[in-house]
Design a binder for this molecule. Sequence first.
Ligand SMILES: [Ca+2]
Ligand SMILES: [Ca+2]
Ligand SMILES: [Ca+2]
Ligand SMILES: [Ca+2]
Length: 1010
Amino acid sequence: MSSPLRLLAASLALIGLTLAGCKKESCLGNDEGCRVASPCEKLSYSCEAASGSMLEVRTLTPSDKRVGSNAPGAGADTVPGGLNALGARGDILLGNDRAVAVISGLGNMHLLDANGGSLLDLSARGKDNDGINQVLPVVGILPGDAPHYTSMKIIDERPTRVAVQLSGTLDGKPEFPIHTLYEMRPCEPGIRVRTEVLNTSVDPQLWALADGFYWSGREALPFTPAPGSGYQHPSFGLLSIGDAFKKFPYLTAAMASDPASSYAHVACGEANLLEGFQSDQISSSGLPRTVVPPRDYLVFERFLAVSERGDVAAAADLALEARQKLHGEKYVTLTGTVTRNGAPVASGREVSVIISEGELAAGPATRIPWTQVTPDKEGRFQARVPAGRDYVVELHAFGRKVADRQLDNVQADADVGTLAVSSHSRLTVNVVDWVSGLGLDAEVFLVPVDETTLKDTEGSLHGRFGTCAPWLGPPPGPSPACNRFLVRNGTATVDAPAGRFHLYAFKGPFWTLDRETVTLGAGNTIVDLVLHKLALQPLGTVGADLHVHGSASFDSSIPEYDRVLSFSATDTEVIVSTDHDVIYDYAQMVRSLGLENKMSAVVGLETTGHILWMKRPGSTVPLVVGHYNFWPLEYDPTKPRNGAPSDELVEPGELFDRVKESASPALRDQLLVQLNHPWSDAEFGRDLGFPRALALDTTKNLPSRDDGTSAGMYVRTPKGGFANNGQHAQEVMNGTQNDMLLPYRAFWFYTLNQGQFAAGTANSDSHSLTDNTVGVPRNIVYTSAVPGLSFDTAHFNKALKAGESFGTNGPVIEATVEAAGVHRRFGFTPFAPSADAKLHLKVSAAPWVPVDEVRIVVNGTVVKTLSGTELFHPADPLSTENVELKLVRYDKSLALSELLAGVNGDAWLLVEAGARLPLAADFGGPGGDKPDGIPDTSDNNGDGKVDRADIAEGSKYGPLRTPAPPASEAHPQFHFSQVVTGGYPMSFTNPFILDRNGNGRFDAPGVAAQ
Ligand SMILES: [Ca+2]
Ligand SMILES: [Ca+2]
Ligand SMILES: [Ca+2]
Ligand SMILES: [Ca+2]
């Protein structure tokens, strides 16, 4: 378009803002003071509460307390709770006799919501079972496709209805006004919503006006009745998203964790069907994609119902009831019984019934899954399905189909009969302490002994969340999850499928590992295991995991009991809660489990950029700044995000300032900022680490000030407080698999060579019992702070900031530089070593943790590797005979002068121990096809070298893969790999800072050092 035309278009758009000239109903004329019409006219419910006495609508105040939030103060619980409940002051509460909803207040940003007005919480009345992260209207998936509301009005028309109306425009686009009304009426199991979007521009717009549901991959999953769908949805990318759109009569999503909930989404305007795409991360459910001409509009009316159970059927039953009211579509109820070993199953998370329209003889892809139901405590199930069709009923147990049945032309309610689960074992595991004989908190892993057991017990939640062998329960939820379960006070009982398994009892890296091999069949099995705490963790240290998620995070659904029990099960002494965009405090659960004298839960936060905005020099793609952890902070659940400041649309330095400012003066000076997973891949277009978002080139030195480059952006100070690279710590190990160690390590070495002393840390980033094991890896921090009620966070953070810690998933490194009788531990205080100084090095580990190498690194380069006969290697990883005498792998002194030979000037030196590092090389990076100093490609063809033949077809570099765990039990790492899933032994110290020229400071070597 030429520029005069552009100007004309702009002025037409301005005139069009009010669509003047023709008065329209509702807000379709975009008139000032308009009232959005009440949605879902054809929907009507009746009940005893029809008087409307239970209707409520109000703005929440600081005296409102959320159920289960342990808010200080004595007020009554007035805001519904649940795994994802966020309602707080300034938000709007809408309720009737069956459901309670919370709409975020104007100006209250959450996740993808630019300025408030999204649906935050929806609970069944009295059930406190909110399982929704966020639901908001969108017209597409790009920035600017979601609303930015600027006005809000509360509508109180009790006893008929209560509502809240929001008005604004699509974010940053004044030519597209949007109005949304949330409404509740008596007797209804949910909330009515109507959204109107107007096109006042001169160009036609392609819009898919829909509700965007943010699931996040570890919580409720979308289930839609469509051919071959149910839980199955085609994967898609941004470019292939058009192919992923499907039509469906309703969308449901079930959260099976306690407190359970499920949701149903039905269209209730003119449209009969919904259209959209589904994924484990997000769903879109709404109107068909439509070209909207200038001066035209779209209206989307829908009903979102909430149930009290965690299966699809509880929601689908509500959806079918609504569709009967809206469209006269008749439903029938199918009932049945599930038995196991001849008796009805007690309700178990491992049992699930799927009911699909179609023929058993035809393939699953031809069927339409309508519902999924979990049997009750008597083994009974019931679920509604449309009348007059053929159905296939399938029973799944331990993640696998075990029985099925066909019902033809179901015209009336019908009984499916009895479906039998094949035999299984009731497995009880007892775990005791070797010294005291007392029961322990621990974690037990089941591992198939042979290929047959593996093949026969591998399962999944209807194809979602990956597979596990055996599959004992959904991976993201409570114990048992995947192939593991928690043991409390020495005992746990679970149901497990038949087969031959190794049972491992695990209590973190500093205990022995015990194992029994059992054959599980139809009977009960009892297994006794014994663990022995080893003298590995140095005196005067605490073991800390500085990055842990629980159900407060939008991508975690592990209940709080299981979360805190997992801390104790792995013998982790300090846990920093770092939920995404919300502050959380585990203190209450720590106390109720009686752990308050041996464990400290520090209150923290992980800021998580959602709204794309940042531009790096030379690129127009909008970015976010990635993730940072902060602690200690104050938990106040009456505030939005439990007290966390808003973290969108600011550079890191300003974000650090903002978080510091939000803390009380007593905590501000203690504040520790940690750069998380600095080189992690982006997820859904959102970068997870700032350096990678900037595509830093680590083959070049950092500038001293902002020079207009990406590196300049990395070092600049946006608001006069913190610099963008002002973090105190950086993750070097992240996750139990630790698959990004090499890039994180390379980036950390780069920053040390630039003279920037951010402490290297090692954290689990656990969101469940399955993705990562809490406390694996962990930081061993030299501090006088003692875990328990009097834990001194100020001392703890001071030690961390000073680099007085090492990170590990097993090996323990004690390193000192000794001269003239003075011993110095590693840390960031520079010192001038004498000419005869020695590095004294002691490396130890539990016998099941193999240590193949000890590496000494100077200025980022490995200068010495100890291996083979230089190290002690215990013969039997599981033997406990004289185990205390078999811990030390190396204990000697090395002349510092030899380690520093050939190194000029000041130097930093650190020690690593564990497995050999995987082979990797640097071919390119996010900034282009030139090497950027960060390893990106592993030996993917296994020929023992890394070259271009290892690069994936069509790529310029990558991928970087972690070596597969050993398959043979004869391999020394076999046992380690069963309990540190996918990982290999690794530990590293923070550096000694050697002021060799004796000028009292560290003269950084720069990139030339490597
Ligand atoms: Ca919520
Ligand atoms: Ca690279
Ligand atoms: Ca190769
Ligand atoms: Ca110096």
